[in-house]
Design a protein around this ligand. Structure first.
Ligand SMILES: [Zn+2]
Length: 460
């Protein structure tokens, strides 16, 4: 009888939990415009992992937003996101040629036809529709075949039903079949790092962590700037947008097909290698090289971009964006163009000056010297240990400088952030999104934003 009831309960649960449907589309254009086109609709192998009661996104994060509307026009699912195209559009290359990137919208499989709408963030922070596409879940063109195997699912942390937890998937790339035990060790090591810092530390019970590692034929990933070219399982590569430390995969289908074999809300890809690097895009994925002395920091920093759309608070290192004179208010929750009325106004320490003074000139002079040495190390293709030593030296200096300033422990509006030395402000002097110092922790604005996203996936 008990077995029968358990079976009945399992059936009721599976009937109530829809499958996951995925719309893949091509996002193309240049610096001046963009177009969209349907690529395919895929029924993924697993049930929808999100909370059915929190299907509509109220975070107001993202450069874009996807809305799924039923036949009556009601929004039944939405999610803000950022994208590779959205970043590329601000590069120099986008002023010279057109490119196309695949993107995906995943949502709970509906009972009947729906329309997927894409909206783009406007300068006034509102939204404007840029594309819509009808999706019939019963159409014969929906791809229902099993994806290429990503190997057995590895549970790392299990705290409960995926629909009420943040399901975090760690994917391996550039690991051969023989290196699978190394991947499992790397994934466990870096996942533990995340939960050592707030707000993840006190919200650990709200997470499940899973891992998958599709087999790569060769060890490591591409690094074109040094003549290394490989076809790894997920297609990750250094030198994205010409930035030596930036790791992305442009093979969206390989990435999504592998990820679909785990229940997941968020993903970080571990690429097997020592060379410093990573990347993170809101609601797409984060990436990190596994074996660098600074991998724990990169892992936590990039996951911040991915889960909560956090902006980089640093501004002295080389980046691939074209600078502009305008300083529109960014959608990212941890930077503002308005220091008198920042998004984190409710968190400001009483009696704090706005903008808040800090040792800015001293910080910049030192940091620019480090950047010069960093470029020379890469230009000479020196061993990674040389770069790690430079970063270690820099971290010790910055921790002391930023930790012993008059306003070090206040929440205010500190100028410098979002890749700009002037005109953008961050909430605290130091943060994991500012320097390579994990011990600084996340600033107040970052902690609040991450906590808000965790809430969206864990409503009880
Ligand atoms: Zn921060």
């Amino acid at each position: 009888m008990r077995a029968f009831l358990a079976l009945l309960f399992a059936c009721a649960l599976s009937a109530a939990t829809p499958r996951t449907l995925r719309l893949d589309y091509v996002h193309s254009g240049d610096s001046k415009g963009e177009t969209f086109a349907l690529a395919r609709v895929v029924e993924e192998p697993l049930p929808w992992p999100g909370d059915p009661d929190r299907a509509v996104d109220d975070s107001n994060l993202g450069k874009y937003k996807a809305e799924v509307r039923d036949a009556s026009g009601k929004v039944i699912y939405s999610r803000g996101f950022a994208s590779i195209f959205g970043e590329w559009q601000d590069t120099d290359e986008a002023t010279k040629l057109q490119r196309a990137f695949e993107e995906s919208v995943r949502f709970p499989e509906p009972g009947g036809p729906v329309t997927v709408h894409l909206l783009r963030r406007q300068p006034d922070m509102g939204w404007k529709e840029v594309w819509s596409c009808p999706v019939d879940p019963k159409a014969q063109s929906v791809e229902r075949g099993a994806p290429p195997s990503a190997g057995a699912l590895i549970p790392i942390l299990k705290n409960g039903d995926p629909s009420h937890k943040v399901d975090f998937l760690i994917l391996g790339d550039g690991y051969t079949a023989k290196e699978r035990p190394k991947f499992i060790k790397d994934a466990k090591r870096l996942a533990a790092t995340l939960f050592a810092y707030e707000p993840y530390k006190s919200r650990k019970a709200d997470f499940n962590v899973w891992a998958l590692c599709p087999v790569s034929k060769e060890s490591g990933i591409s690094r074109p700037s040094t003549g290394i070219h490989k076809r790894s399982a997920l297609g990750c590569t250094y030198d994205a947008f010409g930035s030596e430390r930036y790791i992305l995969t442009f093979d969206t289908r390989a990435f999504r097909d592998a990820a679909s074999q785990a229940p997941y809300d968020f993903v970080e890809i571990l690429v097997n290698g020592r060379t410093y690097g990573g990347g993170g895009i809101h609601q797409l994925y984060g990436t990190v090289a596994s074996d660098n002395a600074f991998s724990p920091y990169v892992f936590v920093h990039e996951f911040g971009h991915h889960i909560a759309g956090l902006a980089d608070e640093y501004y002295t290192s080389d980046n691939y964006y074209n600078p502009t004179a305008a300083r529109p208010e960014p959608w990212e929750p941890n930077v503002t163009a308005d220091p008198k009325h920042p998004k984190w106004a409710d968190l400001i320490s009483p009696g704090t000056l706005l903008p808040t003074p800090w040792k800015k000139a001293e910080f910049e002079a030192y940091s620019l010297g480090i950047q010069k040495r960093r470029r020379a190390i890469r230009a000479a293709n020196q061993p990674e240990s040389v770069m790690e030593a430079l970063f270690t030296e820099e971290r010790a200096h910055e921790t002391k400088l930023l930790g012993t300033d008059a306003n070090s422990h206040r929440v205010g509006a500190f100028e410098g952030g979002n890749y700009y030395a002037t005109g953008y402000y961050r909430s605290q002097e130091d943060c994991i999104m500012f320097t390579r110092d994990l011990s600084a922790g996340f600033c107040a604005a970052c902690r609040k934003a991450i906590g808000g996203v965790i809430d969206q996936y864990t409503a009880h």
